[in-house]
Design a protein around this ligand. Structure first.
Ligand code: PHE
Length: 435
């Protein structure tokens, strides 16, 4: 149970609510949702189980785990790259994640002061654009969010968070259901459902499929060695497949509920689903501003969203801190500070992408989009691919079968999925997305 809470604490975050909904909106709706669900099941599950399998054997941080397992099995030390690219990905992701965490903090304050009550779509949009246009405000909130993360990580109290996850996660869940019910009263619920679940396959391109796969990795915290690190805490008796299934179902439900809550508001107010990263910030305050009890529900929502973002952010900073601790003589607190300052500094470049530095820096993308795209479309899928290939081809097959205790059919299925279906799928999507 503790393990499920820790894994879900990392998995459920801004990715489920903020990123999922804006990606769905930008990528044309249902076709993206269905491909995403397929990726979660066919790639996400086997990669998650593979990371845990590796982590449980290695009993160390991802880099050392990979080094040791590769050495023991007589494989190339190049496998260590999986651990290294995981640390790099965590570092890059946290830099822009913290900017969005800052938005959530800022909206928490906005809910307290009643900034959204009774406002129409234009006014709410204006508030959001005002935030984006101000590098000073964004910096303030980004800094505040990073400080919270640093405080928790430096004190090493991450374990103490499980109790909080245990109550906050169900609360977030219930609130999402309340928002979905509100969505049903807008008169545009049917339209939203059809947008999310009735696919227009012509919206699909290689790029969209790659984006959907990237989202699957992002939302499940895969391809960063994070789940591998967690795997080292797993007892021998834990059933990996059913645990993975639980975490994935929880994570996916939160995302789907978020979509079902947000799109009715989009259509009811004549907003564009392709609004971009601001989508939840221009839709949900509208709902809170106009429903009974909205002020308190809005406050609760943004507190819970910030909390979910924090538990994910902690899991992103942790591997970077461990890396610094291991490679330098620094102890925990200075290592945390150094790692956090570096992340924070990169975050400043990311937040300037919304105002003073929105010019493309490479591949036609600004810093924020570049960080997001490079991690979710490249680093995560490739690192995840490495993990599954290693687990399927380099770990002793017999012992893996024993460990997963699946029976003959299950073993054959696992074997086929982990050796062929998932890796070939990832390569296919990856290459298709680039062409
Ligand atoms: N999975 C988290 C989310 O969906 C983000 C995250 C990614 C956390 C990678 C840790 C590692 O918000």
């Amino acid at each position: 149970m503790t393990f499920i809470l820790a894994a879900a604490g990392s998995a459920v975050g801004l990715g489920n609510i903020w990123r999922f909904s804006y990606m769905v909106g930008e990528s044309g709706g249902a076709a993206f949702v269905l491909v995403y669900l397929a990726c979660v099941a066919l790639v996400g599950l086997p990669v998650l189980v593979s990371e845990w399998l590796i982590g449980r054997r290695g009993q160390k941080n991802p880099i050392n785990t990979m080094a040791e397992l590769a050495r023991k099995g007589g494989h190339s030390q190049a496998w260590t790259l999986i651990g290294i690219s995981g640390v790099v990905a965590a570092f890059l992701i946290l830099s822009f994640y913290s900017v969005i965490g800052g938005w959530s903090l800022s909206y928490t304050l906005g809910s307290v002061t009643g900034a959204f009550s009774g406002k129409d779509a234009d006014a709410i949009g204006g508030l959001f654009n005002g935030l984006l246009a101000s590098p000073g405000k964004l910096l303030l909130w980004h800094t505040a969010f990073m400080l919270l993360v640093v405080f928790i990580v430096a004190r090493g109290v991450t374990k103490g968070l499980e109790g909080a996850v245990r109550t906050m996660m169900p609360a977030l869940f219930i609130l999402m259901v309340v928002l979905v019910i509100y969505g049903m009263t807008t008169g545009h619920f049917g339209e939203a459902m059809s947008f999310m679940f009735n696919p227009d396959w012509s919206a699909l391109s290689g790029g969209v499929v790659l984006a959907a796969m990237g989202q699957a990795f992002f939302t499940l915290s895969l391809g960063m060695g994070i789940m591998m690190a967690y795997g080292s805490y797993l007892g021998e008796d834990v059933d990996l497949i059913s645990t993975a299934r639980t975490v994935i179902i929880l994570d996916t439900l939160v995302a789907i509920l978020a979509g079902m809550a947000i799109f009715p508001i989009v259509f009811a107010n004549g907003l564009s689903p392709g609004e971009g990263p601001g989508l939840i910030f221009v839709t949900l305050p509208l709902a809170f501003g106009n429903m009974t009890g909205g002020t308190i529900l809005g406050l609760m929502f943004f507190v819970l969203l910030t909390f979910a973002a924090l538990t994910s952010a902690i899991s992103l900073l942790e591997p970077v801190v461990e890396f610094v601790e291991e490679r330098t003589p620094l102890t925990r607190v200075p290592a945390t500070l150094i790692a956090a300052v570096a992340v924070w500094a990169l975050g400043i470049a990311a937040l300037m992408s919304f105002n003073v530095w929105d010019a493309p820096v490479a591949f036609g993308l600004n810093v924020f989009d570049l960080l997001d795209t490079f991690t979710s479309k490249f680093l995560l899928p490739l690192t995840g691919l490495g993990a599954i290939v290693f687990a399927a081809w380099c770990l002793d097959r017999e012992s893996v079968h024993r460990e997963l205790s699946l029976g003959a059919t299950g073993n054959a299925l696992w074997h086929a999925t982990s050796r062929y279906i998932a890796p070939i799928g990832v390569i296919f999507v990856f290459v298709g997305g680039l062409l």
